[in-house]
Design a protein around this ligand. Structure first.
Ligand code: F3S
Length: 290
């Protein structure tokens, strides 16, 4: 039996950067919300004295707060500055760009449309940089309902689906004479999905590792299932039922953008232990040579 790890999986650039910044932060630093959607990482950081809080109300004057990769609106920076709170800004640079684009669109006097999930913290932060004037949509029917206006500026949630974005953008073209689209989708999510789809087409079963509350991990499991591949979404290695893979020849492993390397490695180690029964672990790169 072969075990193959997806070419692109696990922490994306922005999440790795935020977790590294949190790991290096001094004890007593608060993160505004959980640093990532992974309970094991949040628990590890809390044990190091870097714990999440819901708002700046729970951060004392002069203390340190870390802003996670999703980013926050301008009012958080303003309040922190007023109260002498030190800010460690781990906003992903791709999200920062989307926030600045939203601000520019509003300053130019255009109507702002954000394509993304209304309740997602990143979308909320982008909307706040757009002076809370954005129309937020994620479905074609919502795009249809937007009234015609002279100029429209569009910003997209970094993790939004490329295909859905294209369908919505086509409709928005009919809603203005001047459409200014800022393509702010980040490729990390797409790369992980493409790698998962490719691998799911080659293996007998996929193991998807990541938090149950992580939307991008759930989506990875979904795209694997859509390939007709039996797919097991587990949060940690402890949930791995090796008996389920008995009789299979080739297993694929992928992980969401909020899954740390050490949790992926634990799963790989268990599968490696099956090697005694004829398992070998190969990276996608090595497989390509065969
Ligand atoms: Fe940033 Fe893209 Fe990750 S926007 S947080 S690198 S998915």
């Amino acid at each position: 039996m072969k075990v193959t790890i997806a070419e692109a999986c696990g922490f994306c650039y922005g999440v790795r950067r935020a977790v590294d910044m949190a790991s290096q932060a001094e004890t007593g630093t608060k993160t505004l919300g959980p640093i990532i959607h992974n309970p094991q990482v949040v628990a590890r950081l809390s044990a190091q004295g870097v714990a999440p809080v819901d708002s700046l109300d729970e951060v004392g004057d002069g203390e340190t707060v870390l802003i996670r990769s999703h980013g926050v609106g301008p009012s958080v920076y303003e309040e922190a500055s007023r109260r002498g709170i030190r800010v460690i800004d781990a906003t992903c640079p791709h999200v920062k760009k989307a926030q600045q684009d939203a601000k520019k669109i509003v300053e130019e006097g255009k109507n702002l449309v954000i394509i993304g999930e209304k309740a997602h913290p990143e979308v909320i932060s982008i909307s706040q940089w757009g002076a809370n004037r954005a129309i937020i949509i994620d479905r074609e029917i919502e795009a249809e309902q937007i009234p015609f206006s002279e100029s429209l500026g569009v910003v997209v949630q970094t993790t939004f689906s490329q295909e859905q974005f294209k369908r919505i953008a086509e409709i928005l073209k009919t809603k203005t004479n001047d459409l200014d689209v800022h393509m702010t989708i980040c490729t990390a999510t797409q790369q992980r999905q493409n790698a998962a789809v490719e691998l799911a087409g080659k293996v007998d079963a996929m193991i998807v590792v990541g938090g149950r509350n992580s939307a991008n991990t759930g989506r990875l499991a979904q795209v694997c299932r859509e390939q007709g591949c039996p797919t097991y979404h587990i949060e940690t290695a402890a949930e791995l039922d090796t008996a389920a893979f008995r009789g299979m020849n080739h297993i694929g492993i992928t992980a969401g953008a909020s899954t740390p390397d050490w949790i992926i490695q634990e799963v790989v180690d268990i599968m490696e232990n099956l090697q005694a029964e004829g398992t070998e672990v190969m990276s996608e790169e090595l497989l390509d040579q065969y």
